[in-house]
Design a protein around this ligand. Sequence first.
Ligand code: GTP
Length: 602
Amino acid sequence: PFLLPLRNFSIIAHIDHGKSTLADRCLTGTIQKKQAGKNEQVLDKLKVERERGITGKSNHSMIHEFNGKDYLLNLIDTPGHVDFAWEVSRSLAACQGALLLVDASQGVQAQSISVFHNAKERGLKIIPILNKIDLPAAQPEQIAAQMQATFGIDPSDILRISAKTGQGTQEVLEAIISRIPSPSGRIRAPLKTFLFDSFYDRYRGVISLISVQEGVLRKGDKISSCHTRKKYEITELGILHPEEVPTQSLNPGQVGYIACNMKQSSEAHIGDTLYRTGEPVEPMEGFQETKAMVFAGVFPVDSSDFPKLEESINRLTLTDRSVTIQRESSSALGQGCRLGFLGTLHMDVFRQRLEDEYDANIIITAPTVPYKVVYHDREVIISNPTDFPEVTDATARVKEIQEPVVQASIIVPEEYFGDLMELCYSHRAEDLDHRYLDSGAVSSRIMLNCILPLSEIVTDFFDQLKSRSSGFASFDYEDAGYRKSDLAKMSFLLNGKPVDALALIIHRSAQETVGRQWVKKLHKVIPRQLYEVPIQAAIGKKVIARETLKAMRADVTAGLYGGHYERKMKHLENQKEGKRKMKKMGTIDLPQEAFFDILSNK
Ligand code: GTP
């Protein structure tokens, strides 16, 4: 069956427009016919893959009959969130076509546009599909007009389906076969293989997902990497159907998996070209490396648990290589790790997985983005506020400070436009412009474009966007480099001593608000001491905000924890050992749990 004519495709869509539902529907539909009884297994496997993490490292093949002929259809999975735009583009590199799925009740959203352009730039055949036509709120005619206005798509090319009920999904499979070209690539040519994904298997080591561009790849072949020039031998190869099915060879256009003697995930360089050892080829156009854009320190609540925490982190990064790790030590929190993520969603997902894996509370410091300090003679990227210079003027030879910015696009119904402009401006938007997305007839929707500092969207921007638009706004962004910015390091002092784990990098326009807010929070959480403790926020030598923690009165015993006493006790009980580790912060002792509180409910 593996020499059948091929189609390689992806499903691209805005989040929640029904990608997974359609994928499941296609798979079960076709598999039912060919392998009756195997359904459950297929779905189980899909579930496991999904649980493996949000970065979706799967690729599924199915056989479909069309006009009396069998075809092998390869669905190459793409992740569905803006943090992973880069991974979408590398998955698309192995395809000749893409199903552009748009929810018929919601219409074109911000990511519909970015994934469309991504697929278009790669020259893929795009099959436009309106999904969820079973919904009473579906407006297929209007949305089709919108797709025509936005993408220049002929409405008669648009398929109308319900992935949920199965209506129209047969036509989708047929369109894949009739509209998407089969992969080209010569059999009698030097081997050229594109590596687009990899994961770690406990038993076999690194498994890479590859697409053979030219030539034939066989078991036992000796291959080399264009990127590292390292040599390997193929020990196993095959296709994912959707379980791994070993085969003897893979032909041009085929997408499959290989196991070779790669020991570490880092050897499988995404975007690499593999060739037959001794027959070097021109590498295919590579990819930008994934860049960590959000950093945070992770510490165990109980410092003696660090080895266990580190082990858990290492185990998780085997299956999610986009996380970067560095050891970090803090005088307040002890030994920990500084982790880098693609975005905040990525961070949240990882944190969840880490808490499950490690089975205890962790302290995560406030997220920060990588800043650039431009000195007269060099540039330094700083991803930890602790390393940020206290003084940033000419006396410190600092020319300027730059921060990463993104090109943001927001799509929103007209009635929320004013509110969202305000939201953008309050997050330091620049170069804001907008245009109407619909050409007339349909209820008007506006696309708003602007430059936003990345640091402004890593906290609560997305939540506010949703709440200010009653959930109707959609948001997408891409890296737009660095811009000069008026930033400073804010330190927090207890009893006159700075606490390293609390330092923040902020824009000076927000210094009062942020300073006051954090000082208040610290005041609420820090237990009273035998003497008065000043709590201060400072930039350089200048104090921006201050609260004073009154001395504990001798007769007060239960007042240790202010109003939070019961909650704190409960929290303590949740700790496995239940014993209280005190950390010195400046000259006062503070339970680790207080840090947990300060940093977790931002
Ligand atoms: P992510 O995995 O989060 O990117 O979302 P997705 O695009 O894969 O969407 P998913 O398939 O998870 O569907 C999102 C929601 O829409 C789910 O609750 C589905 O049950 C629902 N849904 C998908 N297709 C249809 C459809 O044709 N009709 C209706 N009524 N609901 C659908």
